[in-house]
Design a binder for this molecule. Sequence first.
Ligand SMILES: C[S@@+](CC[C@H](N)C(=O)[O-])C[C@H]1O[C@@H](n2cnc3c(N)ncnc32)[C@H](O)[C@@H]1O
Length: 263
Amino acid sequence: MRVTDEDLDAIPGWFDAIDRELFRWFLGPGRAISGPGNLAELGVYMGQSAVLLGGFLENGEELTVVDLFESEAGDTANVRENAESYPGLSREAFEANYTRVHPDLPHVLQDFSERIVDHVAPGSCRFVHVDASHLFEHVRHDVVAAEQLLGTAGVVTFDDYRAGHTPGVAAAVWEAVANQGLRPIVLSPNKLYATWGDPTPYLSGIARETPWWTSETQSVAGGELLVLSPVHHESYRWIKYLPPAAVPLAKRARAGLATLTKR
Ligand SMILES: C[S@@+](CC[C@H](N)C(=O)[O-])C[C@H]1O[C@@H](n2cnc3c(N)ncnc32)[C@H](O)[C@@H]1O
């Protein structure tokens, strides 16, 4: 079932255009590389990204999501994080948003994110979205859970891996890259996509330039990865109205401007 941007925009959340397109690629064409498998999300909030995941289930595949919803977190820092960032969140609100788009709910667990491993078979997933607590100790557990859930060629994506207010995510994710065999594939401004398998087939499949991003290849910890820079939608709206022959030049000018204005 095709989930549109209008479906997603009707749900509160922070899911960028660039990541919506990357999800669509990894979950659609990328399935030829990962192979079939289940989907999982750690941290759903109101359901924006879960609703997109639910649109890519093929025969026999299942989506499992886990969130604390109204339940109290186990430690003070996590309690504070949730109270400050997600006031008004309820399981009911998530489920209502989800069923406005899909006829059936996914498997919904109201629990600590890392407990997902008690409910989803090891090695059964082709895609795992980690977007629950941003605190170092929690994300470390989520890294371990994601590795356990994924099949050999499966893909994990971590939200807020480089946001200024979430150093715990950055520390846990890059620790996994440096010491635990996690191999980054592509970095968007908000999410890092990686695998414990071989990133090469994914790297060959991802478009280097699209209406949403330009890219450059970099090397980190002995592996190549793609770094994406967003093409802002406002300027892309302009580009759409140019004669086709002028589009490549306009895009190069836009990318040049983005480089000049980068901090
Ligand atoms: C950033 S939001 C998720 C956003 C969602 N993936 C989206 O794109 O719309 C983080 C969610 O993680 C949940 N959360 C925070 N700490 C958690 C924990 N320790 N275990 C499970 N869920 C947690 C919060 O309740 C919140 O709903």
